[in-house]
Design a protein around this ligand. Sequence first.
Ligand code: ADP
Ligand code: MG
Length: 251
Amino acid sequence: MTTLLKTEGLIKRFAGLTATDNVTFELEEGHIHALIGPNGAGKSTLINQLCGNLLPDNGKILLGSQDITRLGPAARVALGLGRTFQVTSLLGEFTVRQNLGVAVQARRGHNMRILDSLSRRSEVWEETDQLLAGSPLGSRSKIVVDDLSHGERKQLELLVSLAGRPSVLLLDEPMAGLGHVESQEMVEVLKTLRGKVTILLVEHDMDAVFALADRISVLVYGRVILTGNAQDVSSSADVREAYLGTEGELC
Ligand code: ADP
Ligand code: MG
């Protein structure tokens, strides 16, 4: 097994609170690795340090053998560390296909001048259409983003991230705010990525976590209390106690 992303003794404090408390963690190549824990456990804080939005107070982050602890978000993306962008990064008045075309174009490093010039770049559109073909958005390619449902926007955010061809993808609650059917659809899409991209998935929906994750790490008060498979997590007295101590909600 090859470790693609690793933290060593990561610490992040906010005033008196230790939100990341000495986290040492490994993400294996090809895995979908879920990070779960009660609200306030420090999941988003950890993701934000991994993608470069927050600087840790102590410890290291390694991508492959490279120490990326002090690199900014753009440099990490260039090295293959992708994450879903906020909805605001989508161009609302442009179509699904145009938004994705811009992302493909950006990765290829061409000048992004006017969308018009994109139409002449057939490889960009070929790649864009290939990405769309494997997505529930395939039939919605001509719809403008402002007319998409919340679930469709989430699917497009995922595609935009994949257009960057990341080796590691960080997903912070991709099912948040989705209805049952949309969540199921997202699970199915994420399943198709298994083996193609290594994923660190923060998710509340435990059905989704158990359906997708090869490994699960449980974070409580900033510490990883267990890493194992679904069976290890559901049978752990420590995990149960941690969730019961925080209103018993397994999320
Ligand atoms: P989770 O994503 O697991 O719900 P977070 O990482 O968002 O947890 O938060 C972990 C803890 O750190 C919480 O107690 C939260 O209130 C605190 N926290 C997160 N971000 C900040 C911040 N920017 N400033 C101060 N405290 C923060
Ligand atoms: Mg969070």
